[in-house]
Unconditional design. Sequence first.
Length: 117
Amino acid sequence: MEFTVEFYGTQSGRCPVRDFLDGLKEVDPGDFAAVLAGLAKLRNRQYQKPPLSKAIRDDLFELRHVGKLNTRVLYFFAKGKRIIAVHGIRNKAKEIPIRDLKVALERKKEWSSRNLS
């Protein structure tokens, strides 16, 4: 059984990761295609490790595509073999900025409080 990849949605119905990917598709179609392919690969457990994916902290993981800018999708695992993508970023740094980690962790917490089952 494969994992499913889902995008976090706000209470108002906004989907930040989908918005991030839509913007990426406009500015860098090649990176967009690579990230989309990476998300598809995550459905298979054998790809849930470096170099495609790695644990960050607090049960948060990153899918990373290295290009002119590092493109990352931060996610966590949920019951029922679900992967919940909560935040997307692009930067030149090797490290994920603290503010982006805080956003991802807050979204994870909020998602978890709405989906207690």
